[in-house]
Design a protein around this ligand. Structure first.
Ligand code: 1HN
Length: 349
C-alpha cells in the first residue's frame, strides 16, 4: 500500500526525486511492513507417480555426464524462472543410472540429500565416500568438493535441498568445476562417522565446524529412534514424533542455513493446526496420508500424499497432517537462518 501524493506538485517533485534514485520512504513504507508475513510462495504438491516417469525420460534425453547433475527441480508456481521452491530454498530430484557418475565440483551453496530409492550408489564429500541407502541423509557443506557415482545395478533417485536462493540474494556465489591437478585429498571411508557419529567426539577438536562434520545420517538409525519414541511416549499434537538431525558438536542444526527433520505419524494420527515462519519442504519417506494447508485468504488445499511425493509449505501458512497408515516424513527448512537473525516463531492455532 502506498500513500496518495498530497498534491500534483508533490507528485512532480516526487517524480523528480525518483529520476535521481531518491525514493520518499513514506510512499512505500507500509508495503515494507505488513503486520504479518505474506509469503509470495504457494503451497504445492508434486506426486512421485507423475514425476518418476519424467526422471526416466530425462535419463533417455541426456546422460548424467552431459547434464553434470541430472535433476528435475521443483519450482514454486509463484516464482516462474527462479529455480526455487520457497523464497530461500531450492529442491530437486537427482537421478543416476547404473554406471553413471556426476563429476566433482564445489560451490558456496550448502546441500543436503535425502535418498529416495536405489542401493549401491555413493556420494563423495570432501574426499570421503558415503554409500547411499534409501532414507539416508547426506550433507554437502559449503565449498566441499563433491560428486556422485552409481556402480550398482539399479537407478538411484534422491532429493537435493540447497540454500541457493539465500546465497544468490547475498551475491556470494562462487563455484569451481576443476578439481586441483594433484587431486582431492582422500579420506578413509567411515572416518567422519568414526569421529562424529558414535555419540563421542575427538578430544583434540575444539572449534565446531559451521556444518555438521558427521555428513551421513543413515535411515536405519533415525528410523529406529522414531520407532522407540512411538513405543515409549505420547505423540506431539502437531508433529507426531519428530526429531531434528543434529550437529554433533553443537547439538544445533546440521547446517548454518538449513535444518532437517524426520517425523513419524502413527496410523490414524490427526495433528493440530500449526504455522511457523520457517518454510518446509516435505518428502514422504513412508506411508500415506494428507496435509491440509490453509492459505492467507482462508482457502484450503489438501495434499493427499503417498511414498516419495513431495510438497512445500511456505512460511506462516497454517497446516495440519493426517496419517492414513503409519507414515514417515522427511523435511527441511530455513529455520537456522531465521534463528540466527532472531526471527523464527511458530504458533499452534
Ligand atoms: C548441485 O551441485 C547438486 O552436487 C545438485 O548434486 C543440485 C542444484 C543447483 C546447483 C548445484 C549436486 C544442484 C547443484
Amino acid at each position: 500500500m502506498t500513500a496518495e501524493p498530497a498534491s500534483a506538485q508533490t507528485s512532480t517533485w516526487e517524480n523528480g526525486l525518483r529520476e535521481r534514485n531518491l525514493i520518499p520512504l513514506w510512499t512505500v513504507m507500509r508495503g515494507m511492513l505488513p503486520p504479518e508475513p505474506t509469503p509470495p510462495a504457494v503451497a504445492h504438491h508434486w506426486r512421485y507417480a507423475e514425476f518418476k516417469s519424467e526422471l526416466e525420460r530425462a535419463a533417455v534425453e541426456i546422460t548424467a555426464e552431459q547434464a553434470e547433475r541430472r535433476v528435475l527441480l521443483f519450482e514454486n508456481p509463484s516464482y516462474p524462472g527462479e529455480s526455487r521452491i520457497t523464497a530461500t530454498l531450492h529442491a530437486g530430484i537427482q537421478y543416476l543410472l547404473p554406471g553413471e557418475t556426476a563429476a566433482q565440483h564445489r560451490h558456496a551453496q550448502s546441500a543436503l540429500r535425502f535418498i529416495l530409492e536405489g542401493e549401491g550408489a555413493f556420494t563423495e564429500v570432501g574426499g570421503e565416500r558415503f554409500s547411499m541407502s534409501a532414507g539416508d541423509l547426506i550433507l554437502t557443506p559449503a565449498f566441499q568438493w563433491h560428486g556422485h557415482g552409481n556402480p550398482g545395478n539399479g537407478a538411484v533417485a534422491w532429493l537435493d535441498g540447497l540454500d541457493l536462493p539465500m546465497v544468490r540474494l547475498m551475491g556470494t556465489t562462487f563455484a569451481e568445476f576443476k578439481p586441483p591437478s594433484d587431486g582431492i585429498p582422500k579420506q578413509a571411508e567411515g572416518i567422519s562417522r568414526a569421529r562424529f557419529g558414535s555419540g563421542m567426539l575427538p578430544t583434540e577438536v575444539t572449534t565446531p565446524s559451521a556444518a555438521s562434520p558427521r555428513v551421513h545420517y543413515p535411515y536405519v538409525e533415525a528410523r529406529a529412534a522414531l520407532a522407540s519414541l512411538a513405543a515409549g511416549e505420547p505423540a506431539d499434537g502437531v508433529h507426531g514424533y519428530r526429531l531434528a538431525y543434529a550437529h554433533p558438536q553443537t547439538g544445533g542444526p546440521i547446517m548454518p542455513t538449513m535444518a532437517a527433520y524426520l517425523q513419524l505419524l502413527p496410523k490414524g494420527f490427526g495433528g493440530g493446526t500449526y504455522r511457523s515462519t520457517e518454510a518446509f519442504v516435505f518428502c514422504v519417506a513412508e506411508g500415506r496420508g494428507k496435509t491440509t494447508v490453509i492459505g492467507i485468504d482462508g482457502t484450503e488445499k489438501v495434499f493427499e500424499w503417498t511414498k516419495h511425493d513431495h510438497f512445500v509449505i511456505p512460511g506462516w501458512l497454517r497446516f495440519r497432517h493426517k496419517a492414513q497408515n503409519e507414515s514417515v516424513l522427511f523435511s527441511f527448512s530455513d529455520r537456522p537462518l531465521q534463528q540466527s537473525m532472531g526471527l523464527w516463531r511458530d504458533a499452534r492455532d
